[in-house]
Design a protein around this ligand. Structure first.
Ligand code: C5P
Length: 300
């Protein structure tokens, strides 16, 4: 019997994020390109007589009650499989909290994979993906990893051919942004113009497939960038500094984390030192993509 399982689940960046007009259910149709990056949440699930969650690392002060997405993932999986939701979950968090990099979604994806193994369920991947989609729009991608196109709410995924490796400088802020609030700011601006159905530019997909990383970096698009920056002066300051240096820069998802495509780890480190010195950024660190989705790294 398995006693303890450790899973590594990646955060993500949206290389492309086209947003359509708000639908009656409040969600927005998306056409997005996700890339999983090597900023990992470590989820360790151990046998226990009850369900409990302990967080360490970034966001260790987040709630660990039934509002936590990892707890919701455990309860959903247990209800689906008809087992008691009993496990000790320890999550070491590295993905910036409320930063637009899907940290909470990675926790949920990692929990599904860890408990599927701990409880000996062996559910087919398609079932785990369906459960993931019930937990949040980004959770299925954190399961899948790599590079993928997301349509509908961002949860209908198609793996993409993508060559090349990307080195990112990840620039974080002390305060986060609420995703619904950023979508609302998008809606406010959208009332003043026509919002076409979202689509990913064909030249962008070709550059991804060919490994033209610089084209991808320079043509990355994020329709949530302007609303996110309008709500976060710190991120706005970083975006302006990067624009001044003519760097290939993207706001990650609904922000406020900003990613800069760099030529090497060394270039990224020195840019990070410059940005932290000249803006109010919290931290800057190097990440790479693409990497695989949530997977078991240890089971005893
Ligand atoms: O699915 P998830 O819970 O991660 O989404 C968080 C919020 O982001 C939603 O409540 C909604 O306000 C917004 N959202 C959206 N359209 C999407 C995905 C998320 O409006 N496609």
């Amino acid at each position: 019997m398995t006693h303890s399982v450790r899973v590594r689940a990646p955060g993500k960046v949206n290389l492309y994020l086209a947003v359509g007009a708000r639908e009656p259910d409040g969600y927005h149709p998306l056409a997005t390109v996700f890339q999983a990056v090597d900023v990992y949440e470590d989820v360790t699930a151990t046998r226990s007589d009850r369900l409990e969650l302990v967080l360490t690392g970034r966001g260790s002060d987040l709630p660990v009650d039934d509002t936590n997405l990892a707890i919701r993932a455990a309860r959903l999986l247990a209800a689906h499989a008809g087992v008691e939701p009993r496990a000790h979950l320890a999550i070491h968090k590295r993905v910036p909290v409320a930063g637009g990099m899907a940290g909470g979604s990675a926790d949920a994806a990692g929990t599904l994979v860890a408990l599927d193994r701990l409880w000996g369920l062996r559910l087919p991947p398609v079932t785990l993906r369906q459960l993931a989609a019930q937990l949040g729009a980004d959770v299925p991608f954190c399961l899948m990893g790599g590079t993928a196109m997301g349509t509908s709410r961002g949860d209908v995924l198609t793996p993409l051919l993508a060559r090349g490796h990307y080195t990112w400088l990840v620039i974080t802020q002390r305060s986060g942004l609420s995703t619904p609030r950023v979508f609302r700011a998008f809606d406010d601006a959208a009332t003043r113009r026509h919002v076409p159905p979202p689509a990913v530019d064909a030249r962008f997909l070709r550059a991804l497939a060919e490994g033209d990383t610089m084209f991808v970096g320079m043509n990355a698009r994020n329709d949530l960038a302007a609303p996110a920056l309008s709500l976060h002066s710190g991120a706005q300051q970083v975006a302006e500094a990067c624009a001044h240096l003519a760097l290939p820069t993207i706001v990650s998802g609904s922000g406020p984390t900003i990613m800069v495509l760099c030529e090497s780890d060394e270039a990224a480190h020195s840019l990070g030192a410059y940005i932290c010195e000249h803006t109010g950024a919290e931290d800057a660190f190097v990440a790479h993509g693409p990497v695989p989705g949530a997977q078991v790294v240890d089971a005893v």
